[in-house]
Design a protein around this ligand. Sequence first.
Ligand code: DGJ
Length: 732
Amino acid sequence: MPIIFHEETGQFHLFNKDVSYVMELKEQFLVHVYWGKRIGSFTQSDTYPKKDRSSFSPNPYRTNDATFSLDNVLQEFPGFDSGDYREPAFEMTYSDGTKATQFQYASHTIYSGKKRLDGLPATYVMEDDEAETLEITLADNIRGIHATLSYTIYRDRSAITKSVQYQNMSEHTIQLNRALSSCVDFDDAAFDLLQLPGAWAREKQIVKTPLAMGIHVLDSKRGASSTHQQPFIALLRKNTTEHHGDVYGFHFVYSGNFTIRTEVDTFSQTRVLVGMNPHNFGWQLEPNAIFQTPEVVLVYAKNGLNDMSHTFHSLYTERLARGEHKLQERPVLINNWESTYFQFDEQKLLHLADGAKSLGAELFVLDDGWFEARNDDTTSLGDWVADCKKLPAGLANLSSQIHERGLKFGLWFEPEMISEQSQLFQAHPDWHIHVNGYPTSLGRNQLVLDFSRQEVRTEIVRQMTEILDAVPIDYIKWDMNRNMTEIGSRDLTPQQQMELPHRYMLGLYEVIDYLTERYPHILFENCSGGGGRFDPGMAYYMPQSWASDNTDAIERIKIQYGTSLIFPPVMICAQLSEIPNHQVGRITPLQTRANVAMSANFGIMLDLNKESQETLDAVQQDITRYKKHRQLIQFGRFSRLISPYESNFASWSFTASNQEESLVFFFKILGAASEPFLRLQLRDLNPEYMYAIGDTTYSGEELMKFGLYLNPDMSGDFQSKVLHLKRLVTKM
Ligand code: DGJ
């Protein structure tokens, strides 16, 4: 039984074979006790030392105990204006204009399985016995508000999910100003904080800093999770590496504004809060109404960062992604963006498709520029009708021509946007997010449609379904290229205006949910100018994401390495592109470009007319090589071996779950004279198996304990090699 409640001590113990999470009721307050390595039998209770830490740490009057203060106890759901001066998990304003709130235990329930979150993405179970859920209802009966905290622990994964439901039990509207999803208090601060900040074309860079006294905020106020921050942090015990050490990962399953706050207080206790950003957030909670927060996934790993990633990877592949594609091998695609940008016609596209087919590509993706006079990025968003000059025979004809060539057909959309130069804008000049009578900023010459409004969503869905019902389409690239400004919605009351960013997300999720359910055969790829909304919220609806607009192989090594901390390779799309690279101008050998791109969900973005026969032959071989190993790369166990953030090298491997084979990728970034030799120890093999690499045989044990020297024969910049290990059937 993974969740136990001890009546006598008021203690909750969530556990499975790897992890324990312990909380208890102290004077009816829900306090945190422990999260970490599984403890089979947790016998202690009321463990936290009691000390009167002065009158400046107030004591709740109902306890009348100077040694108990909410100001320094470890809490699960810290409140507002009631004696805890650290960062709160919630904040509301009541009808009298005041805010003090003190939640106390009211009831709890434990059940098998996990409920879906209404209208929100979340991890799930297929069978009830995969997980157990604890719901604890806390109440402030004077204010008339309930908060139900949900905790789900998976039976076979080191993952716990948390979310909160607020219910207004009073007769007055309650204004929610802050409604976070999770708080975890640790009793010390000996951690490094790892985050994944970035920018456009430089997504998910690994940054690690010691946790310091005070409040540290990571957030997005952009209306999307953004390239600038990922809604993720990990707290690492000192000296944690890829393979050793305690790691506490937090990942928010949401695609809008978020906040992750770590606070180290004066007693060196650490609080980690995760949830929707209070910035530009407010919610009018009417009597009896419920507000559901998105969920947070908490992963504890006892064996370093790879251990954490393995939990995220399998959870996201198996129990976050949905639909018929989630466990299916993904097609090798060709995308026309970098080879044509907006300048193409049907003939050019078909020529590209012919070339792609002969190289072995399986899916042809027509990117931006196919609709109504869209010749640059200043016009036409909102008018989803094929451009009659570029595609005079229409989309259906193009689709059938592509299909006749034996390729699948994919199409780009940016459904959430509107151009001022568009018929949709002419007809509905107030359908975008804006403040009435106030100028609206442009981003990439476009405006954001107000997806909080039903009529807007209905019209976009109408336009898209008209195409999708008429034209055989196998894949959609769903792009989103600007962030929100001048937050305002025509349909919301003044008191509700700050609900817009969240209402937008709910509207977006509703639309994507509808389309993915209506067209289950379509493979959706999430994109936001690259990885600008590559988060678990979108991964729930779309099983793969374009990781970055940066297609330079060398930059991609870091981007994909960082992304792999939380997302499995099958969700990370990468494409082999031309040189000089369009984003950074670098010239990188074809083999290395191919090896980086095929370390994920592989595709090509080349102008095949421009490439030499030699290059085309090599690309054809790369595609064949990828297809041969596709199952292993897309669904094998991925481990990071050498970090490009810490050396001139990078390495990672993909190993079959039965350990029969493994692919090891090794990259040397810059050529260097007299450099040290590097012995690479492999991972995930069976120590008792013998493996062949080419004509040479090794034991799994020696490959993992001793390893292989990989760099002595590599010279020049941007070099790479791939080793294929295959088990030899004779046992040692
Ligand atoms: C941004 C995407 O990330 C690119 O791949 C491409 O689709 C462009 N948008 C098209 O405008």
